[in-house]
Design a protein around this ligand. Structure first.
Ligand code: 3PG
Length: 213
């Protein structure tokens, strides 16, 4: 399965919200991806926090071609390679590792590392990355800090995640340096476990409407 030809900024520009997914049962992967895409959220981050993550990515890619499926919580090179082999179209990590970013760039996969300080952003810029995750957003200074970053790092764009819900998303999306936000509350573990895919679609619709895409 090919990676894709999208840049990370193009991926983040597709929809205002990326659902962050923790999947426990691979049988939920395809109906979940379908319910999110039906609600207008095509970009999905499947975290590797559970052992089902990799297979879920593969199944979603095969069955829901409209979805752009990335791997989240990628912490090391082994996970990076496994995620790309499973068909991940972008890679998200909670923090910034130059080694991991260089390895991902060499594989040609869009990398979205996490940065919350000026020092981390400068380190990311040093390896050629100007689009980062801002995690954990609400505990790291929130929209106010991102506003401060916009004057010193005018070339950098962010995807804040962590502690963001549909209500607070609006404050982040109003910032010129924010491309989209990530949140787990669109497809919660409970909703997935209960098979509440119609509820997931309706939250996805609300999220997709937060900003014109
Ligand atoms: C992430 O990995 O981006 C976060 O765990 C999502 O944060 P949330 O659960 O607070 O939405």
């Amino acid at each position: 399965m090919s990676v894709n030809h999208l840049t990370v900024r193009e991926v983040l520009g597709i929809a205002p919200v990326i659902p962050v997914i923790v999947i426990n049962d691979v049988r939920d992967a395809v109906p979940l991806a379908r319910s999110l895409v039906d609600g207008g959220l095509r970009v999905l981050e499947v975290t590797l926090r559970t052992s089902a993550g990799l297979e879920a990515i593969q199944l979603m890619r095969e069955a829901v071609p409209e979805a752009i499926v990335g791997a989240g919580t990628v912490l090391n090179r082994g996970q990076l390679e496994a995620a790309v082999t499973a068909g991940s179209q972008f890679i998200v990590s909670p923090g910034f590792s130059p080694t991991l970013c260089r390895a991902g760039m060499a594989l040609g996969v869009p990398m979205l590392p996490g940065c919350v300080t000026a020092t981390e952003i400068m380190a990311a810029l040093d390896v050629g990355i100007d689009t980062v995750k801002f995690f954990p957003a609400s505990r790291s200074g929130g929209a106010g800090l991102l506003k401060d970053f916009s004057s010193v790092f005018s070339q950098v764009r962010f995807c804040p995640t962590g502690g963001i819900d549909l209500k607070s998303a609006v404050d982040y999306l109003a910032l010129p340096n924010v491309l989209c936000v990530g949140m787990s509350s669109i497809a919660t573990a409970a909703a997935i476990k209960d098979g509440d895919f119609s509820g997931i679609t309706s939250r996805a619709k609300e999220a997709a409407g937060l900003r014109p895409v």
